[in-house]
Design a protein around this ligand. Structure first.
Ligand code: 5AD
Ligand code: SF4
Length: 441
């Protein structure tokens, strides 16, 4: 039996796509090899969001090259966003690569592997969803549900529209049916995925749908206890979506709302299509309908033209919102994007580093403060397994998306109530409640 090994870089969409690749390969009779060195097919599912993602992958590719020189019949495949952004150039620069394919061409991998041709092949059309391929889930009780692919935004820093193509939504009924199958198979939590997840449904024909309608339909699926989604765009964060968090029992009290910058001038240069006050209006609306909602965000530091005053506004928004967590990135120029062409107001490396330190300080302090609201409360936790730091304890997540380490006897996949005793900016800790029982847990 032939064996494969997949290494995944990048976002949740790539994790989802890798689960589809694995499902498809197992359908072809391949088995998963625990280590790359034991595999006949070495696959990489790549990311190109920042330069650091590229370099991390290139280091891995170097080790695969070594394997290939020792065992020339090993097949090396490179999929995902890095492959898409370079296309045929992949083969010129890395001649030991046998097959390269973009995110829209995962299904063609099967075609390549079943053909007799040994010549290198590249597949880069934006064709289809990986969503209809078989899936090998890495977590038994949680699943990804890809609801759309591609992105019609035009953010000046972002490579994704060129790697994942135009926005296309999967059919409404198909998604509800898939959610039903997942729930019947024991999945309790789904994370809806899309590059711009809350733009879902506008392109559907003959009848368009809305993201809020989809949330309602999925909430009605029996056995599905929790619904999450990522990533929404603030411009499409409509009131009906926010209300869904308040009204639908399975939609979790957590919204990841990428800010990118707190300065309206920088947001304009980023082509984000909202300004600081519109963003803050969204936050106010969320807090009005769902006062306890956790808010997390993405922020880019050192975008070309970012002055100290612009940056101070980002700090101000972070102070004001009080995020429960934030991913912070230093601006990285990406091939083919408008921001990579900017030559004025480039922020020197030391300034970027210094701003990043100040930003992280504010984000962590506010997240730590915000997390204290959970201490003394009893929260519902979906158990994932033993704690990473102390195997005698359990680990799981609250509906707010907080990691919780706790003492208890529950099994993975159970929903239990946990008395929260302490909180840091990143994690909560406590013990399984002896009194309260989670509904359905
Ligand atoms: N440089 C730095 N960060 C970036 N992101 C996207 N493109 C870039 C870039 N060129 C960040 C954004 C986005 C997150 C997934 O990655 O904050 O929300
Ligand atoms: Fe990376 Fe973006 Fe592609 Fe995800 S969509 S793999 S983050 S480049």
């Amino acid at each position: 039996m032939k064996r494969y090994h997949v290494t995944t870089f990048g976002c949740q969409m790539n994790e989802h796509d890798s689960e589809r690749m694995k499902g498809m390969l197992e359908g072809l009779g391949y088995a998963e090899a625990p280590e790359q060195r034991d595999a006949d097919l070495i696959l990489f599912n790549t990311c190109s969001i920042r330069e650091s993602a590229d370099s991390r992958f290139l280091a891995h590719l170097g080790s695969a090259k070594k394997v290939k020189s020792q065992r020339p019949d090993v097949v090396i495949g490179v999929g995902g966003c890095w492959a898409q952004s370079l296309k045929e150039e992949v083969f010129a620069r890395f001649p030991f690569v046998d097959v390269a394919f973009g995110p829209g061409q995962i299904h063609r991998l099967a075609e390549f592997l079943s053909s007799d041709s040994l010549t290198a092949q590249g597949y880069f059309e934006f064709e289809g969803f990986a969503g209809h391929l078989p899936m090998k889930r890495s977590r038994e009780h949680q699943a990804w549900l890809q609801i759309s692919v591609g992105c019609n935004c035009n953010c000046s820093y972002c490579i994704v529209p060129s790697t994942r193509g135009r926005e296309a939504s999967r059919a409404f009924e198909e998604l509800v049916a898939e959610a039903g199958r997942l729930a019947a198979a024991g999945v309790r939590e789904v994370t809806l995925l899309g590059q711009n997840v809350n733009a879902y449904g506008r392109d559907l024909r003959p009848r368009s749908s809305s993201f809020a309608e989809l949330l309602h339909a999925l909430d009605a699926v029996d056995g599905l206890e929790r619904i999450r989604y990522t990533s929404p765009h603030p411009k499409d964060m409509r009131e009906d979506v926010i209300r869904a968090h308040a009204e639908l029992p399975s939609v979790c009290e957590h919204i990841h709302l990428p800010l990118q910058s707190g300065s309206s001038a920088i947001l304009k240069a980023m082509r984000r299509t909202y300004d600081r006050s519109r963003y803050l209006d969204r936050v106010a609306l969320i807090r009005e309908h769902v006062p306890d909602c956790a808010l997390t965000t993405d922020i880019i530091v050192g975008f070309p033209g970012e002055t100290e005053a612009d940056f101070a506004q980002t700090l101000e928004v972070c102070e004001e919102v009080g995020y429960d967590g934030a991913f912070t990135f230093v601006f990285s120029p990406r091939r083919g994007t408008a921001a990579a062409e900017l030559t004025e107001g480039l922020v020197p490396h030391e300034v970027k580093v210094e701003r990043m330190q100040r930003l992280v300080e504010v984000v962590q302090r506010r997240a730590h403060e915000r997390a204290q609201r959970f201490v003394g409360r009893t929260l519902e936790v979906l158990v994932e397994g033993p704690s990473r730091t102390d195997p005698t304890r359990l680990r799981g997540r609250s509906r707010h998306g907080k990691a919780v380490n706790f003492a208890g006897l529950a099994e993975p996949g159970e929903l239990v109530m946990v008395d929260i005793r302490a909180a840091t900016s990143q994690t909560l800790s406590g013990e399984e409640s002896l009194v309260a029982r989670a509904v359905g847990g």
